[in-house]
Write a protein that binds this ligand. Sequence first.
Ligand code: CTP
Length: 420
Amino acid sequence: MTPITDLAVRIEQQLPAELADFMKSAGNMAADGGEKLYLVGGLVRDLLLGEANLDIDLVVEGDAVALARRLSAGQAGKITIHHRFNTAKLQWRKWTVDLASARSEHYPRPGALPSVKPGQLSDDLFRRDFTINAMAVALAPQSYGQLIDLYGGLDDLEHRLVRILHPKSFTDDASRIWRAVRYEQRLDFQIEPETLGLLRRDIPMLDTISGDRVRYELECIFKERSPEKAIKRAGELGVLAKLHPSLTGNGWLADRFDQARRISFPDQKLADLYLALLAYRLPDDDREQLVSYLRLPKTLARTLRDAGAVRAHLGEMANTELRPSQIYHLLGGYSSEAVTANLLAGDLPPARRNIQLYLEELRSVKPVLAGRDLIDMGVTPGPGIGEALRLILDARLDGTVKTRRDEERLVGEWLAEKSG
Ligand code: CTP
């Protein structure tokens, strides 16, 4: 098989015409200024694999910010500049393009942010994580569409291998350990044996990166089509244990993740549900360690804690005699992802049935009458309003009122009882 070296046709076929046209004119404009422009990163990999991807990362051997300004002059849109990194983001209509100056990187110590200086394309590609992500496509007019593959990326794509570019890669940036697992599982590749050896050796280096960066990698995994594959692999390799030693990525979890995708309620964040499931079986102290290590945002930390709290009440929830209003008030204060985690992972089937009823029906039940209506009916503003609202809500939940008239009658009776 002749290796693919000209990607011009693939750019035309795989990208929307507007983006393909943009790349061509960007290449021309850079050439007019005596600079060379390249498409780099994940999109090059995905063009070769025939996968959909619209994330355009461009690298220029020259001044990215100045080029971005020239490009945006002809385009109605927004430009965001980061002078510190010499990068720019162009946004117009639904498109986004990132532009950076080619640079070389040096890691002063493991896990530290790299120091960077201007460089050639070859330096810029060499600083990247894996060979399959370290290819570029020339956008200059004379060589438009030519693949630049300095580190064997195409060969690794053909052999379905995830391979680092140099032995210090994981030490420099241990987040690449998570990334290796993610790409391997997403693409159904293998981590190349030498890379795998270095990955295993460098697992302790995960301690050199911040919880924020690990959280970001987890978020990326949770956006994958089947995150359970990466979590399982991370479990086998001992990477998951670095999050917390008690975490496992076994078949039980994989089944729960699969179900989570199937039931997904539109108001819920699937990624939050995945994390609640991953942490579901952790005792309180261990869960708190995970929350602080990952520096979880408040709402997500609350979801994890709520999942534990609901779990602690599953015995109560398993009572088949519970009225709908009781179920509602037992679960109503918790984040809905936390409740869903218990639907998927809770041990007691009767409790799960009650939880399902809550999620599918009860939580969206609302009385017809509002506070204003109650005041018009003679309820005194103040705590009485809340009391009456709860009365009609409970009656609605339990099916004893069905219409506005029923609600009004109930409030009337309640008022009469109070005054009598
Ligand atoms: N990169 C890296 N080391 C990291 C993170 C990123 O070398 N720790 C490089 C990779 O070469 C990657 C590029 O920076 O191609 C952009 O990173 P990112 O946006 O995370 O990846 P994409 O390729 O855009 O997205 P994906 O691969 O998930 O499709």
